[in-house]
Structure formats: C-alpha cells, structure tokens
Write a protein of this length. Sequence first.
Length: 273
Amino acid sequence: MGEISPFVASVSTRIARHAAAYTAELDADAHPERMSLDTFAVHVEAVLDDYDPPSARRRHSDTLVFPHLYGAARDPRPDEEGWRVPSAVPAALMAAEVEFRGPLRLSARQNTLLAEEYEAIGAQLSEVGLATHAALAFRRAMALYRVNEDDEAEDRCGLHLARANTRGLPHGLRRWAGQASYFLCGHGYRPSWLLGWVILQMLVFTGVALLLGGKAVDDTVYMGVTGFLNPPGPGDTQELPGAVRTLFVVEAWTGAVSMSVFFALLVRKWFRM
C-alpha cells in the first residue's frame, strides 16, 4: 500500500474520530434509518473544513487518498464498544465523501476506483440494515460510473439503489409496491425478468381456462397462449362459457400492459440517451 504521508495520516485520524462519534450516535438511536443523514453530513463537513491538500494535483492519478481506510472497512474488526456496525464502515463512507467532495479533481481511473469503493461500502451498509446510508453510497457510485459512461455498472448500482430505497421505506403499501417492482422487473433495470412473468401468466390463464371447461383442450391451450398477445374476437369466443370469455378478456388486458411495460424498459435499456 505504501507509506502514508503525514497529511493523509492526520486527516485519517480526524475521519476515524468523527466516524466513531457518528457510529455511537447510530447505535444509540432506536430508529437509525428514520434519522436524517444531516448529522453524517455535519461530520463530513467538519473534516472537509480542515481538508487542505498540499496541491491541487495529485502525484499519482491512479490511486485514491484513503485506500487504507477502505481496506480496513472490507474486513472490519469488531469495535470494543460492541456497536452494531463497526466504525470502520462509516469511516470508509466518510472518507469516500471527502474524496468525492474534496478539492482534488478525480481522473477517470480514480472515478472507477472510488465508485467501486462506494459500491462495496453500500453492500456492507445494506447487510447491517442501514438502507438510507447504503442508498447514499450507491447514489454516489452511480454518479461516478455515469461520468465514465459505464452504463452496465451504472445500471447495477441503480438496481442496488432502488432496493436500498425500498428497504428504507416504512412497512406499508409503498414498500410492498417497491418489492413487487423488484420481483417483476428488477425496478426496471432487469426487463428480461418480465418475460418469465409473462410465461407464468400465460400458463395460469390457460390452466384456469381448462378448469372452467369449454372447447377442446388443444383449442383452449391455443387461445390461452395466443390470446395474451392477440385478443380473440367475438367469433372465437362465442362457444365458450361466460366465465372463460371473461377470463380471456382479462388475459388480453394483462398481456397488453405487460408487453407495453416490457418494451418500454427494453427501449430504455438499449437506446438510453
């Protein structure tokens, strides 16, 4: 890793001190995820106030300032205080914020390295139930990947961000809707998942139609599969029981909505601006 300069060591000490204080506040709060990140921002600002690098240019454009803090967060030691989350993880998030918001301009390589650190920190924060803090980390990672035009990595972090935001919601309808969005299409970042649900819908509608009776089995299966994409007309359903006709109408509407959403998400993914 190399020798740490006195300036970096001094800033790292301040980060560790502020991170320890903030971790104690997190652990003492009965509802940490309802707590605003304003307190965290105050600690970051306190470090930034004294963060005056020796020069506006960094000697090595392919390294970060605080790799030792990020390394400590990857395999953190349990704090003696017994905090729910080791202070090394908030310290890494705080260090990343200092690099992200500091005066030193990041190169393309540094953008990638810092985005990877943010992504790893976000995953750790998600594991310990700090969803809103994880969302901050994933949001920063998305911004850095976007600068480098890394669409795949940006989408990956976008999915993690959407999941963290959903976990941060209070239990209720909005959280259930967010969970449904994830399972259906990965919050819009995985449109291919929707095809699996399309196949399941066709199987369900066809199976229910067979149970309700009507035409021959082969005709019912044919209508159940094709009706999802091409609604049957009055002549196709006139010999069917009323319940089956209603079922195929519902299937047609379900198919129209599902395929519209699928193609909208696919166009967004393939032809993103």
